[in-house]
Design a protein around this ligand. Sequence first.
Ligand code: RVP
Length: 499
Amino acid sequence: SHDPFGFTGLTYDDVLLLPNETDVIPSEVDTTARLTREISVAVPLLSAAMDTVTEARMAIAMARHGGIGILHRNLSIEAQAQQVDLVKRSESGMITDPVTVGPDATLAELDALCGQYRVSGLPVVDEQGILLGIITNRDLRFVPPSAFAVRRVRDEMTPMPLVTGPVGISREDAAALLGKNKIEKLPLVDDAGRLCGLITVKDFVKSEQYPDATKDGEGRLIVGAAIGFFGDALERARALAEVGVDVLVADTANGHARLMLDMIRTLKADPFFNGVQIIGGNIATRAGAQALVDAGADAVKVGVGPGSICTTRVVAGVGVPQVTAIYEASLACKPAGVPVIGDGGLQYSGDIAKALVAGADTVMLGSLLAGCDESPGDLVFVNGKQFKLYRGMGSIGAMASRGKKASYSKDRYFQADVSSDDKIVPEGIEGQVPYRGPLGAVAHQLIGGLHQSMFYVGAHTIPQLQERGKFVRITPAGLKESHPHDIQMTVEAPNYTGR
Ligand code: RVP
């Protein structure tokens, strides 16, 4: 007869990877992984779609370091589309649709635009798109700030003739032109003098600085964005696709739901979304993963309740310990060639390799990234130490409408119909994590840890890691032995701050 208690679920702290014969040098491993059916990443990390983790700044940083950021959806459609736009414009081989300014704009308006897009200057065009000149911070250096409200772009810009390039110019020729003329921006114009593109020195420098960056066919950074699965979700998906989103994540706390499967089928059937990869989630069982695979998902995201800020397992008593959940999902995904994303519950760099060996292709991180400079929110000081706020998308703070700002987070927990904030049943909490500095430093430790895992296991690549990696189950005594023990830590390591 059927065993009502099923099988035992294990998580990261229940297992370790066995060391193996190795000829691997940690710095030489290849961590390329499959994010979706069609997109690979140099580094198997995603930043979580949470309003204290991923907005444009984090997404840009994640893509530069070889992973990808998933923009959260606790904001209006317009505001989220704007975030996608910011990432897609942040750097590129050639900007085909550059942000421009008109000659009659005030310098204050110009300044606001430059701030919004984090650029140092803009091409100036008339209403027909004809290039009139260019204006950069070099032109503004001697303009007193008091004059910004009244002086206009046409008075301060460097007017045509400028050094320009033809449409379709090669990367090498563009670099040569920039260098020869000692300029930072090269507008591309057609025969009629219309602005058709822009190439900037910054983009060349960035591609040398970030050789692993995750980029699309046009050299722009790749970005993902979360959408819901009913209501205005389709409208949101369209708006995001229109501004060039690469990956849509149909995101709920229970992805094994009919509305979710319908949503994925709808997106996959609509030719409008041909160029966009669709991720479905979250699930924590083999059957849940199979349902998403059958609906056509390009990747399956796994995790019910492992998140550091999540209370689903105590509020609802539901979930599957994450290593087992990943393994179970992989049983459905592997044969179909659909990548698995292990979402939530990772506390240390060593958990990344454990997730991959269990059957994940990539992992999604919340708490490990929420303390970075690039995550939204300000630093808070507590007893002289620096922290950043981090909250679950199912927390009261994220789900309540509180005054003017609407919350789009409730439907993640199927509570969109709850009309008053005090009727919300939260499935997450609000807290703070230690401040960790720039993502670059954090990512270096996380990826460095993965390199060490691969060295110990004897794997040059992620597929080898998955094939050669074997677990040993441990006891609470083994876990105690694994962490520093019987000593008082006097110096914090950059990758270990205690338990
Ligand atoms: P962690 O990395 O352990 O902080 O977990 C992050 C993940 O937790 C997210 O990617 C998401 O799947 C999940 N999450 C987000 N909000 C909540 C909640 O309020 N319960 N859970």
